[in-house]
Design a protein around this ligand. Structure first.
Ligand code: PEP
Length: 258
């Protein structure tokens, strides 16, 4: 497990890139950049088919780890097309993203997310669980949405397992090229406080406060440092810019310079 003081920059490559050549290009750029940084740790989450390759490529590079983008509710068996968290761990991944909004949109439920979280923890992985509202309503119902997702994802997570849990706050309206762009650092700060409050209702406050909270949604090199600093988060979950070698390097450098 990484030292908590370093900022965690997670790259969710989604269903990209299409070739091993491009995988190498993105991975090599991260390796080159991270060697010149002191305050950041990168976690690369490529498509499952590339995971072993990327993990091998970074295994001798300090402060670069890998993770899966999803996993399954069962450890093994007749589940065509699925990937078990034990398999992710077996190829050397240290992390897994669970409950990404793109998977929730495909029908993934809070119950399935909770089951995936519990099994991934059993497999020894650090879990990056994604939460976030689709819309910001005037009645402030979005806070209930986020607290409900957190409570469900953490159901069954013991105090002992808590250091393996990372919350990625990703407002759905801020994700992707058709979004309005990232939220303001000030609004993020309020959400960080709120998420800590929700976790403090579930675990002893002193322990709950140590849980790492990441922000995700249209982050780029220009916005990254402000979001981390003023938003008081432990790091970022980066989508599009994670497959842009220059863009991701810019984010690593900007957060490292904080
Ligand atoms: C994401 O999908 O997790 C994400 C943060 O995407 P983007 O950075 O492209 O908005």
């Amino acid at each position: 497990m990484i030292k908590k003081t370093r900022k965690l920059i997670v790259g969710n490559w989604k269903m990209n890139p299409l070739s091993l050549e491009e995988v190498k290009e993105i991975t090599d750029a991260v390796k080159r950049t991270i060697k010149k940084t002191k305050q950041v740790t990168a976690v690369l989450c490529p498509p499952a088919v590339f995971l072993a390759e990327v993990t091998r490529a970074v295994q001798n590079t300090k402060d670069v780890y890998t993770g899966g983008q999803n996993t399954f509710t069962e450890a093994q068996g007749s589940f065509t097309g699925e990937v078990s968290p034990m398999m992710l761990a077996s190829v050397g991944a240290g992390y897994v993203i669970i409950g990404h909004s793109e998977r929730r949109k495909m029908g993934e439920t809070d119950e399935q997310i909770s089951a995936k979280v519990r099994l991934a923890l059993e497999a020894g992985l650090s879990v990056i669980v994604c939460v976030g509202e689709s819309v910001r309503d005037a009645q402030v119902k979005y806070l209930e949405v986020v607290s409900g997702q957190i409570k469900s994802a953490f159901a069954g997570v013991t105090v002992k397992q808590l250091p393996q849990m990372i919350v990625a706050y990703e407002p759905v309206w801020a994700i992707g090229k058709d979004s309005k762009g990232p939220m303001t650092p000030r609004d993020l700060y309020e959400m960080t406080i709120f998420i800590k409050k929700v976790l403090s209702e579930l675990y002893e406050q002193k322990i709950a406060m140590k849980t790492q909270i990441l922000y995700g949604g249209s982050v780029n090199a220009e916005t990254s440092a402000g979001l981390v600093k003023e938003g008081e988060v432990s790091g970022l979950l980066v989508g599009r810019e994670s497959i842009n070698p220059e863009g991701f390097a810019g984010i690593l450098r900007a957060v490292d310079a904080l």
